[in-house]
Design a protein around this ligand. Structure first.
Ligand code: B12
Ligand code: SF4
Length: 609
């Protein structure tokens, strides 16, 4: 893969462009179902900050692959993201030369319906399938009475199981295929500080590489790329792309998501990116979040301090289980001199946030030991968390092994391909309700032992300020000041959390953090403290109001409904226009299921204030 410098944008206007095929890029039509009461598309609300309501965070992440491909071919392209059925049909009737679908396995039936419509309404259109949902089509699922996997493979003109930009350039005869890939028009993801907040924090994403050589048996993304790593961007490209996004958004303090399954497997990459970020004061406040394994971090001899110097803001670390280390070794990514407790503590001390993930329902999990394993995970104090039942995915070693052992149930359908599914395979020591109960227990403990992730973010910033304010480099002292600003800003929010705490333990944790913060902010004047005092009261009242609203909603007992994000239509390579043109077709309508059961814990947490 060519990973050179970003190229200059060009305005398509010449005659050759007029002859180029017209392309529609799209994903499965919505609205989308909720899973266990939350929208699977809301990474924070459904997973990483699940269960905190008022003080949870919610998020929106775009379907980046579609935008990335459109930005990097010369053809006139339309990206239609999250369409409703009618929006899609309207576009199909425009007789595109090529319609390319991103498929996720959970949406196989929807994509098959869309492909049927294309075959019927626009028979000459070429169909392309790409994305992770392609892999399982070959292996199939046990329950597929309509044989949708076979139907899709038979009706697609091109199927992409690899890096999509180069693939589409081949399909469209858009040469040279190996020219550089740019990522400057990808829409950023957005984080909303609370479910009800209209404030949006933009977080742009950059694809660094695809695939992972570590080949853990359950891992979908590693299996999809045949356990190979495909590099897409160099550190210089990533840095230039960061600057382009910062300019576009008019911000110099920005967090980026870097997609790479284990970025620390390439220490020179990380160190070079850090050097570039430090090379210009204007980019000192660029920070990034990526995925990393304990093994790679340990082999690279990375310390929390060095990672902070490389701009790292957060790392998603697959812990999976505390029992993997000893009796049940087998995951290469955990074979390391560092243990998770050492690593998580070192990162936290330098203000680096962690997203810890844990799997429930390994064969070594029993009803006797699972709670201890959950407690081990909590003891790492991850800032955010993903806890979910084991999911054997077609295409992985685990799936093949379980099939051989006849542990994949005949009722396993495409629709079961997500985190919140029990019942499609046999778990060694748990019935389906027991596994679901372990999931609920883990989240309840998360809520009542650690409390809102805001507290963990606060702790990270406090520690960063305390540990870096006298550091021997100006860059780290600058970062200490950033951390101190976060401690100031979040002080009232933590006050609100403390006064509305879901348990005495969380109340104590918040109180302890506030006491430490008071010492750290000792030099602030009366005015700042008075302001924080008033803001703290406001946050407390807001917490109480949220509790009352939730109670009212619970009383109305609204049924679970679907999630319907904005439909976005973006046109690329429009003659005479340099940048893509964006149309929002419909207004987003996030209707979270409001069931008494789902809200009980939340309402209880506020009952005593
Ligand atoms: C970001 C992300 C999300 C976001 C954004 C989703 C969105 N709007 O599309 C959120 C958090 C909302 C999300 C939700 C879910 N996700 Co998700 N997600 C990811 C993640 C981490 C990164 C994907 C990404 O955007 N990468 C950056 C882009 C640029 O790279 P890319 O998508 O890989 O695209 C490249 C190639 O794959 C290829 N390509 C991709 N699409 C297409 C399309 C065409 C036409 C072509 C030619 C090529 C092509 O070309 C691209 C450029 O090289 C992946 C795991 C991973 N590490 O990749 C899981 C992943 C895609 N998600 C997955 C799943 C299962 C889900 C959920 C069901 C939740 C869950 N885990 O149970 C929900 C489904 C929500 C929904 N209704 O669609 C699975 C999909 C497996 C499968 N076989 O379908 C993955 C692989 C995770 C995993 N380990 O299993 N997800
Ligand atoms: S280290 Fe992570 S990305 Fe790599 S194979 Fe294992 S689970 Fe997958």
């Amino acid at each position: 893969m060519d990973a050179g410098q970003p190229v200059m944008e060009r305005a398509p206007s010449d005659a050759a462009d007029a002859r180029r095929k017209r392309v529609l890029l799209t994903n499965a039509y919505g609205p989308y179902e909720l899973k266990w009461g939350q929208a699977p598309m809301d990474l924070l609300g459904a997973r990483l900050a699940r269960g905190h309501k008022m003080f949870e965070r919610s998020s929106h992440l775009p379907t980046w692959a579609l935008y990335l491909i459109a930005e990097n071919v010369h053809n006139p392209c339309t990206v239609l993201e999250f369409p409703r059925w009618d929006d899609f049909i309207k576009e199909v009737k425009k007789n595109y030369d090529v319609i390319a679908f991103q498929i996720k396995t959970i949406h196989t039936a929807r994509i098959a319906r869309m492909v049927r419509a294309v075959r019927e309404l626009s028979p000459a259109t070429e169909i392309v399938l790409g994305g992770y949902g392609v892999g399982p089509l070959y292996e199939g699922v046990p329950h597929d009475p309509e044989r949708l996997g076979e139907y899709l493979l038979a009706n697609a003109n091109h199927v992409c199981r690899g890096e999509g930009v180069r693939f589409m350039r081949e399909v469209l005869h858009d040469y040279p295929v190996d020219r550089p890939i740019t990522q400057i028009h990808l829409p950023p993801s957005t984080v909303h500080p609370s479910e009800r907040s209209s404030v949006e924090i933009p977080m742009p994403a950059i694809l660094v590489s695809l695939g992972c050589p570590s080949a853990c048996d359950f891992c979908n993304t590693s299996a999809f790329f045949h356990h190979k790593k495909i590099q897409v961007a160099t550190p210089q490209v990533v840095y230039d792309t960061m600057k382009a996004h910062a300019k576009e958004l008019g911000l110099d303090e920005l967090t980026f998501i870097l997609f790479d399954e284990d970025i620390f497997l390439d220490p020179p990459f990380v160190r070079e990116l850090g050097r570039l970020i430090r090379s210009d004061r204007k980019t000192w406040a660029f920070r990034w979040i990526s995925f990393g394994s304990v093994r790679a971090l340990s082999l690279g001899n990375f310390t929390g301090r060095e990672l902070r110097e490389c701009g790292v803001q957060g790392i998603w670390i697959g812990v999976e289980s505390g029992m993997v280390e000893s009796e049940h070794a087998g995951y290469g990514k955990r074979e390391a001199s560092l243990t998770p407790p050492q690593l998580f503590a070192d990162l936290r001390n330098h203000g680096i946030q962690t997203i810890g993930s844990m799997i429930l329902g390994f064969d070594f999990h029993t009803k006797q030991n699972i709670e201890a394993d959950i407690d081990y995970f909590l003891s790492l104090r991850p800032t955010f968390y993903q806890i979910g039942p084991m999911r054997p995915c077609p295409g992985t070693k685990l799936y093949r092994l379980m099939s051989k052992e006849q542990r994949i149930n005949n009722n396993y359908t495409w629709n079961d391909f997500h985190l919140w599914e029990v019942g499609s395979h046999k778990v060694a020591n748990f019935s389906d309700p027991e596994l679901r109960a372990a999931y609920d227990l883990a989240h309840e403990k998360q809520r009542t032992v650690l409390g809102s992730p805001v507290l963990s973010i606060y702790e990270c910033n406090l520690l960063a300020y305390q540990n870096l304010r006298d550091a021997d480099t100006e860059f780290l002292r600058f970062h200490a000041r950033l951390a101190r600003d976060a401690v100031r800003t979040l002080f009232p929010v933590v006050t609100g959390i403390m006064r509305n705490a879901p348990s005495p333990e969380v109340e104590r944790r918040a109180a302890h953090l506030l006491a430490q913060a008071s010492v750290a902010l000792d030099g602030d004047g009366m005015f700042a403290w008075a302001f924080r005092g008033i803001a703290g009261e406001v946050m407390t009242l807001l917490g109480r109001k949220a509790a009352r609203d939730a109670l009212r909603e619970a009383e109305r007992n609204l049924p679970e409904t679907a999630w319907a994000p904005d439909v976005r239509l973006t046109r690329y390579n429009v003659p005479g226009k340099r940048a893509p043109l964006i149309d929002k077709l419909s207004s987003g309508d996030v209707q979270h299921g409001r069931k008494r059961r789902a809200l009980r814990g939340f309402v209880q947490s506020f009952a005593r204030v």
